[in-house]
Each structure stands twice: as C-alpha cells, then as structure tokens.
Ligand binder design. Structure first.
Ligand code: ARG
Ligand code: ZN
Length: 879
C-alpha cells in the first residue's frame, strides 16, 4: 500500500499521558498500557472512531474508562484496533502479549543475546502495544519494567528513574518518567545484566548531568572513547548551536543485534555495539572516528529530532539531514575539516549519486512510499545534509545560526515539517527561499556544465553555467535549482585574484559564492588582465556533477596551488580519473596499457613534500574507487575498471617505490615508539603509513613482506594490524596469508566486532574465487545470518566492495545475493531490503549482466510472500 504526503491529516485523537508496565518473561512479555486520550479539537467537535495501530499483538484485555469492552465493542485486524469513544476525553487500558524472544526482525521489543531492548523508529512501537504510532502524537511516558532480578539486574527506560522495588523472591521492577512529550518512536526499554561506565557533565547553565554507557560485562573496557566523544559533543552543541541537555541523566546502551547504527531514544540512546565500542587493540582509526560521529549524531538529535520532531515520516530529512550536517560540523572541528569533507563527498558521490540515478531515486522529502524503513537512505541523510549545508553557505554562518535559533525556539515541543525549517531560515534572514526549496521536492543529481570566455580587450573573464537534471521515477521534468558555487580565480603564479563582478563597485574578496538560479547563466568578472584558472565548487558547495574542460596540467597546477584544500584533492581526483580513462580505453582497444606520467609526477611531489598534512597526502594518493569509477561511467565495464585501476596502482608502486618506502618506514618507526592515541595527527600518520604499505606490497619485494609481517605481528593497535592483514590477503603470499588469517581468528575469536572485520577483509578480496570464499565463510562458527553486523561484514562487503567477484559473468554472485535476500526476507525484512541495493543498479551494466540481475530480482519477486520492505525495492527496480 502506497502512502502519500498529500494525504496527510492531523490526528483525530491525541494522547496526553502514556503509562506502560512491562512484565518480561523468557517465553512471553505482557504489556499493560493506560492511555489518557482526548479528541484533537483542531479537527472538529465530532467523535469519530478511535483507530490505534497494532501489529503482531495478542490482545488480552481492553477497557474504556475503566469498563471492560466486550468483543462486539471493538474491531481488530492485522494492523489496527478500532473502537467508538463516547466522550472527548477518556482513558483506555489494554493488555497485550508479545514475543520478544522470537523477534528476529529486530523491530519493536526484542532480545539481543541475553538482554531485552527496543527499536521503535519508525513504526516499531505498534509491535509493542496498541497506540497512535505516528510522530505528531506526542505524549508524556511513564514506564515500569518488571523482570527477573538475576538475569536482568538493570532495568532502563526514557527519562529519570522515579521508583524501584522487588516483587517476591526473584523479580524486581523500576519505574521511569520522561517529562518531555515525545512521539512513540523515541520510546526505549532495556533490561539485562549490564555493566556501566559513568561520568558527569556540567552544562552551560551549571546543571549536573550523569552520563552512563551500559554494555555487556566483557565490553566494559571499550567504552572510554564513546564517553569522551559524548562529553565533547555536549560541549560542542552548547558552543556552536547554543543547545543544552535537558534531563538529569543521559544513557547509551550497546547491543550486538541492531539493524542500523544507533537510535536517539530520549535520554536512552541504543547503539549497535559496532557504533559505540572502540579501543586501540580492537577498533581501527576509522572505527574510532565513526564512533565519535555516531555518538555525536545521536546526542545532537536531542534537539534536532526529539525536542523538535517530525510531523510525519515524509519529513524524515528534517531531523536526519540536519543532524548529519551537525555531526559533520562536529567531526570537522574535532579532526581535520578538509579530510572530513573529502570523505563525505567521496561517499556521497559514489553511493548517493548512484541512488539518485537508480530506480529508488527520491527527493529528500519524498512524495510517497510503501515502507518507510526503505527511506532511511543516503538521499535523506547525506544529500539532506548537503541541502542544509547549502543554506549555510548561502546565508553565512551567522545568518544560519540565527535561523537555527529561531527554528528551535519557535518549534520546541512540536512536530513540524521541512517547510517550517526553511521558513525559520527565511524569517531570520529576511530572504525568500522559494526556489531553493526545489531541493526538497526534486530528485536526481543536477548536472552543471561550465564554460569560460576570456576577453583580453575588455579585461573580462566570464563563466557560463548550464544546469540540467536527469529524469527520475515520477519526475520527468525538473525546474532549475539554486546552486551555490563557491569559487576562486588563480593567476599564473597561483595567487588568488580579487573577484569583482562587472558592474560592482567595491573590490571583491578572493573567494566568494555565486548563486546559480537559472538553466543557463553567465557571470562576468572585471579587471582580468590575464586569463585566470578557475577553482570551482570549492568545498563541494553543492551536490552536483560539475563539468569543466580542465587540461591535465591545469589540474596539476590546482593540486599544488589551490588555497582550497578540498579542491586540491578534487583536482588530483580529476587527474586520476582522466589517467584511468586512458587505461580503460586502451584496455578496450587491446592496446598495451601506458599510464600518464603526469599523474605519477604529481603524486611524487606530494610524497616528497614533508610540510603537507599527512592525512591529505594519504587522501590524494588514494585513487578513485572502482565503485566511483562505475558510477561516473555510462555503462560500467567491471573488468576494465578493475584492470585499469590495478595497473595504475602497480605503476605508482613501482615508480614511487623509494619515497613510499621512506615515508612508510619513518611513520612506522613513530608508530612503534608511540602508544596509540585516537587523535587527528596520529590518524594522519597511520593513514599515510598504511596507504604506503598497500602500494609497497604490490612490488612483492621480500623486504616489504617482512615489514608487513612485522607490522601485523607487533602493532599495538587494530589500524596497523588490520591494514597489514588486508594487504596480505590481497597479496600472492599464500602461506603468510593463511597463517595470518588463522592467527587473527584465533586471537579474536571471542570478539564479534573484530571477527566482523576478519570476515570483511576476506569478503572484499578481489582475487579470483571470491564467491566460493564467501560461501565457505558462511559456514564458519562465528558467522550467523541473524546478526545484521555479520550479514553486512560478509554478504554486504562482498556485494558492495568486491566488484570483480560479485559481478562475475556467469551471474553466480547475483544468484548468491538473491538467495540471501530470500532467506533474510523471512527473518529480518529491513536487512533483506538493504542487501538488495547492488541488484537495483542493473541499468549501469552491460546487456548480459542486466539480464542476469533482473532475472534474480524477478526470482525474488516470485519467491513467495514478501515483506513490504523487499517488495517495494524489487518492484520499483523492475518497473
Ligand atoms: N534515527 C536513527 C538515526 O539515524 C536511525 C533509525 C533507524 N530506523 C530504522 N527504520 N531502522 O540516528
Ligand atoms: Zn539520525
């Protein structure tokens, strides 16, 4: 069933108070609910039927204002409970029985290992009790949890603890009250045998907040990084957005079985263990940074999501896009801002652009959906963040902050829309953002072709922008977007020229933002004695595909001289793409591959310059991924892309062996003599060390193998150890590879998150036989298809990061993935549907592969009863 934004109606009834009592048992859970309901008078005075959501609930008792209702006084079906109230305000009591112990979908109340936990966003609360499970119904929750004392000593819910006690010999209970009105999707409950680390935070108004991270006992030594990240997040949100925390306690709980990264439940965030646990020995630098970012993200939701929430799920990007933008700002401030931007843009362009070009393309505010779980997408999150970022670019930092202040002040305690957010920005800045709002309603990635014209006589330099946007499902024709172009113009010495548009009086600054608003638009700069070199879309100021006819030596020049760090990297990527395209063309013509020496020259000068930020050098040494090269191809030639990229890597390794070896040894020496620290300079040093090692191993030299083994065996941290393992696994040194894999599996057998990395390394290995290796690993005792992290580590890594093996010509990779999706469909629909995404990209590939991929999608469609999650993605992909 398709749900449309245009059909939105305010709720018929509201719930002022929600009183819940959970009785947790091993074979069932009883949920008693008492709801204080009232007619929503914004609608009218009539008393329509009350229709509550409810799924997979066994109704045991139902009373209206204290009177038990007979079977003729209500209607029940698979999805709802309806009854007729007889007054505008009334209380409703229900008791239902549910089965968390057999809930494999990990939605609603479920068991993860030995503990009970919940995931209610978006529509999981209806699997807990009958309710108005929609975000515009906000209520004060009081929750009592009763459970066995020994098995579940810790009983948690949202808000503040208010009472607790024992019940008989074996059971105990705790009551929690959350004074802030919230929608049901922010409800949480946890019961388990947990240990916690504790700290406290003093807010800007001197309020003391207790901080606690709860984990299973074996993980108690992996919480410090998240705790530190939390405190930094709390301070940062006060300083940068003026947002203070509001309860007396803030809790995070780590669970092993979780569909997504984490969830911002009020006062009680629940995290995938992989998104919170981190220590040097078991988690890489990337994992540490991911933990820091996700802790911040969930914390920031307390304002952007919880205090101000979404009116309906079409507004999801209102909280997610904005909160991603906020966490990106935090990570930029904590680490290297340029590197953070590079990572985010590379991710967006590879994966979100692919989504935007595929059958599931949707605007950041979709018009319709079948299953909302399918819309927790890169578009809603990452493109949504870019749209907020463009507002900041257009309004300036101060204007943007005035806009967010107004938004939070005006809408505190409300459930609102993306329009409300933009309106706050407009009113705080007295601007009209009507055209800008097309970013919310139009899907697809705009294409921006730029051409230049230099007039020596008039001393003018003009840039002409042509924008267009390809059709997407349901949207043939697009209106022009507002595209902010941050740019600079460089003279022959690499100096920035003042930017004065023709007709302007004042001397311009050297970097400015142009607002492209028309399909075709020209900007003319005055006072140009020589033809300048443009540095366009600095910091990736808009999520578009920019085309400009750069010559390769111009790109080399920008790599050296552009004052914008992001664009120095971007110039290097463009140069690499051009060099790789040469190789792909040569491969197609059966010619000997010859790499453009200019790429090697440019990389050499980076490596030989000790004054550059090492993290930047590492980023610039990284060639565009196979996935990105596929994304920018009309039709992706899997083999040609792989061969070309590997050839380029070998050429780099060979030509730059000396400087790579030198940087590697110098950095490894520092790593050897310095204890692990999770800070930007250390990340930078290890990043360069590790990419250098990856190149060096391509030489297959004995001294490099020895260095790699030394790093693998001696490293005190997972960043160095895992890189050594990855390069060994990708190498032809079969014996060393087998020994290392076996040693690693034995050493970390009891650490599921490290075993995920072990699975991931092998699943991503491009050497022949990848599918067979993955099939074999599915039999490994540490693998289970019921754990989403395992599915992602093995099946997901294979299908998304192992292009040559997944796309093998005979279609066996596709068949394998479809088999897994069919199996997962019955167990965990959300995970099933997410694993499908590589198959939805069938239009990118050659005829033969298209037929095979579509064949597998059709086989899934015909495989029996499909969840709405899988049905939506498969049917839209085949449409
Ligand atoms: N709101 C969460 C976050 O991004 C994610 C919710 C997951 N929802 C889901 N349907 N699995 O922080
Ligand atoms: Zn979020």
């Amino acid at each position: 069933k398709v749900i449309h934004l245009k059909d939105y109606q305010a709720p018929e009834y509201l719930i002022d108070e929600t009183h819940l009592t959970f009785e947790l048992y091993e074979d069932r859970t009883l949920v008693h609910a008492r709801l204080a309901l009232r007619r929503n008078l914004e609608r009218d005075q009539s008393l329509p039927p009350l229709v509550l959501h409810g799924q997979e609930l066994e109704l045991l008792a139902l009373a209206l204002d204290g009177r038990q209702l007979g079977p003729k006084e209500y209607q029940l079906d698979e999805n709802q409970l309806s009854l007729q109230p007889d007054s505008p305000a009334f209380s409703l009591e229900t008791t239902v029985c549910i089965h968390p112990e057999s809930n494999t979908a990990l939605e609603g109340l479920y068991k993860s290992g030995k503990m009970f936990c919940t995931q209610c966003e978006a529509e999981g609360f209806r699997k807990i009790t009958y309710y108005l499970d929609r975000p515009d119904v906000m209520s004060v929750f009081t929750t009592t949890v009763k459970a066995d004392k020994k098995r579940y000593p810790i009983l948690l819910s949202n808000g503040n603890p208010v009472a607790s006690g024992t019940e008989g010999d074996d059971r105990h209970w705790a009551t929690w009250n959350d004074p802030f009105k919230k929608p049901a999707y922010l409800f949480a409950l946890v019961a388990g045998d947990l240990k916690s680390v504790e700290d406290s935070f003093t807010t800007m108004n001197d309020r003391e907040v207790a901080l606690r991270i709860y984990v299973e006992p074996e993980n108690i030594d992996k919480c410090q990084h998240a705790l530190d990240s939390l405190k930094r997040s709390m301070r940062w949100d006060e300083q940068v957005y003026g947002r203070e925390y509001d309860l007396d306690i803030f809790m995070i709980v780590a669970v092993s079985d979780f569909n997504m990264g984490a969830m911002e439940n009020k006062g009680l965030n629940i995290f995938n263990s992989g998104a919170v646990l981190a220590r040097a020995e078991t988690a890489t630098d990337a994992a540490h940074q991911r933990v820091e970012a996700i802790v911040a993200h969930e914390y920031f939701h307390n304002w952007s999501g919880n205090r101000v929430t979404c009116r309906d799920w079409f507004q999801l990007s209102l909280k997610e896009g904005f909160t991603v933008f906020r966490d990106a700002g935090f990570s930029a401030d904590m680490n290297s801002a340029t590197v953070k931007r590079i990572e985010d843009v590379a991710y967006l362009r590879t994966h979100q652009f692919a989504e935007d070009a595929g059958p599931m393309a949707h605007p950041i505010r979709p018009d319709s959906f079948i299953e909302i779980s399918n819309f927790y997408t890169l578009t809603i999150y990452e493109k949504g963040s870019e749209v907020v970022g463009m507002l900041r670019t257009l309004l300036g930092a101060e204007g943007f902050r005035q806009g967010t202040d107004l938004y939070f002040a005006r809408h505190d305690g409300q459930a609102v829309t993306c329009d409300d957010f933009v309106k706050a920005m407009e009113e705080a800045n007295q601007v009209d953002l009507t055209q800008f709002k097309r970013w919310y309603s139009q899907a697809g990635t705009p294409h921006l072709a730029v051409s230049e014209h230099f007039d020596a006589g008039a001393r003018t330099y003009s840039l002409t922008f042509h924008q267009s946007c390809p059709p997407t499902p349901g949207q043939k024709h697009k209106e022009p977007f507002v595209i902010p172009i941050a740019l600079g113009l460089l003279d022959q010495n690499g100096q920035e020229l003042p930017l004065r548009l023709q007709g302007e009086q004042t001397v311009g600054s050297s970097s400015r933002v142009l607002s492209v608003t028309q399909a075709k638009q020209t900007f003319t700069f005055a006072g140009m004695t020589h033809k300048p070199l443009p540095s366009l879309l600095r910091g990736f100021s808009a999520p578009v595909k920019l085309e400009f006819p750069y010559e390769r030596d111009q790109l080399m020049f920008l790599m050296q001289h552009d004052s914008d760090g992001f664009n120095r990297w971007e110039a290097g990527q463009r140069l690499a793409v051009q060099a790789l395209h040469d190789l792909i063309a040569q491969y197609h013509c059966n010619e000997t591959l010859v790499i453009d020496q200019r790429l090697l020259t440019a990389l050499r000068s980076l490596l030989e310059n000790d004054s550059l930020d090492q993290a930047m050098v590492a980023e610039m040494l990284s060639l565009p991924s196979e996935a990105y090269l596929a994304e920018i191809s009309e039709t992706a030639d899997v083999e040609a892309i792989h061969v070309a990229r590997e050839f380029a890597r070998k050429a780099i390794a060979q030509t730059l062996f000396e400087p790579l070896w030198q940087r590697y040894q110098a950095n490894r020496e520092v790593s050897r003599s310095t204890p692990y620290v999770a800070h930007a300079e250390h990340f930078a040093r290890r990043a360069l060390q590790n990419i250098a090692l990856a190149y060096l191993m391509l030489s297959e030299k004995a001294e490099v193998l020895a260095a790699c083994l030394e790093q693998f065996e001696q490293a005190d941290n997972m960043t160095e150890r895992l890189t050594a393992l990855v390069v060994l696994v990708h190498s032809p040194f079969e014996e060393e590879k087998a020994t290392a894999l076996a040693w690693f599996a034995e050493r970390f057998a009891n650490d599921p998150l490290v075993m995920d990395q072990w699975f991931g390394v092998q699943a991503g290995c491009p050497l022949p036989g990848g599918l067979e290796r993955v099939q074999h690993l599915m039999q490994h005792p540490a693998f289970t298809i019921k754990n989403p992290n395992k599915v992602r580590a093995l099946i997901g890594a294979f299908a998304n990061q192992n292009h040559v093996n997944f796309h093998r010509r005979d279609g066996a990779g596709y068949r394998f993935l479809a088999d897994q999706v069919i199996m997962l469909n019955a167990l965990n629909p959300q995970i099933a549907s997410r694993q499908l995404s590589p198959l939805t990209r069938w239009r990118k590939f050659d005829q033969a592969r298209q037929v095979l991929m579509k064949g597998e999608l059709e086989r899934i469609l015909a495989s029996g009863e499909l969840s709405s999650d899988v049905y939506e993605v498969v049917s839209k992909s085949l449409a």
